[in-house]
Design a protein around this ligand. Sequence first.
Ligand code: TYD
Ligand code: MG
Length: 428
Amino acid sequence: MAKPQISYRCIECGYRVPKPLGRCPNCGSWGSFEREAESINIESTTTPAQITTLSQVDSSQEKRLSTGMTEFDRVLGGGLVAGAALLIGGEPGVGKSTLLLQLAANLLAAGKGVVYVAGEESPRQVKIRAKRLGVTADLSLMRETRLDAVLAGLRQVKADLVVVDSIQTLESEGVPGSLVSVRNATQRLVRWAKQEGVTLILVGHVTKEGTVAGPKVIEHVVDATLYLETAGMYRLLRSAKNRFGAVGEVGVFRMEDSGLAEVPNPSEAFLAERPQGVPGSVVGIALYGERAIALEVQALAARSPYSVPKRVSQGLDARRVDVVLAVLERRLGLKLGNLDVYVNLAGGLKVSDPGLDLAVALAVYSAVVGKALNQRVAAVGEVGLAGEVRSASSLELRKKESLRAGFDAFLGPAEVRNIKEAVREAMR
Ligand code: TYD
Ligand code: MG
């Protein structure tokens, strides 16, 4: 084997020499020589890496396997992908096991092989849940927490989907549930799934305080991460990472006695309880991934007993709300100085979307002047510091959703130039 070639390079001019010198003979710099990366000797037995050209790459869509739930498929970007690993995170009790048992039943009904690794619950508990959900298919269960045993067991069956509920219960290296253990178990399971072309779904618990040995450690090992979250009476399935689809996509469900039911028309569902003719209520169209959803922004203004009035917002970006309040004061002369102002996204939803600025502005205005706005108004647009109504992403999509949901008095940057005009139009 040849001796590795070491050379020294002047960081000023790039001049190379075999030995470091005090002064560069080329540019005259002192002490400028730095050791270069050793040129690596390649052993002749190493198989050279294959090179392919773009034209040789097969870019046709990966085959997708439907979950049997349109809302779930949407979040995945069209269904499950063979050999892909998916993480579903969420707080205990949000409905992860319920959703995945429903998914398992749907795939079984479609003639697919499914194994449910239940480390969290006894087979009896799983059976009770299955009964409640009306699942009659004979699901294969594995009650095991030792990773090696799980992998050995999986080698003996033919499965299209393996659900591991939950990743925290698996014991591999180190303390069960520890970061090292969880990451190690994930890596080995993911490698196995890729080799076998099996879709793998891992359940990961997230605690309210953040994550305990959970999803964050695994996120970069898996192909997609979805979170199941509570939003009032609804459950939102949201993609935080997805190698096969868009991020920020949401699917909407409702927890019922017989499991999670899909909510195909979130706009209608979220607006169902909207009060009629009440000041401070305005519909905005928010963007979740590639989906526009009509939501109600509510505002309330009340005389403040404090010298510094309160500004409270829920479900919205508090700083954006503050900016909108300042713009209303300065550009419309709205007196907010002695008022506590509360702004909510109704229904327990959360979104950070500048496109909701205009709806916030109109809701606050309506609340302060005590006059209800035209009920058919839906507003979309970012509000600039000069009070101008600016464009928002996917404006056309939002407008379409506005009309579909029955809000034909759409106010956006094409309809109104500034909040003054918006207020005038919304009051008509
Ligand atoms: P679960 O799926 O066990 O949550 P996770 O796996 O995320 O911890 O569901 C928890 C809650 O859902 C539980 O409090 C009971 C409720 N639930 C229903 O309301 N309806 C149902 O059909 C089922 C199965 C559960
Ligand atoms: Mg569970």
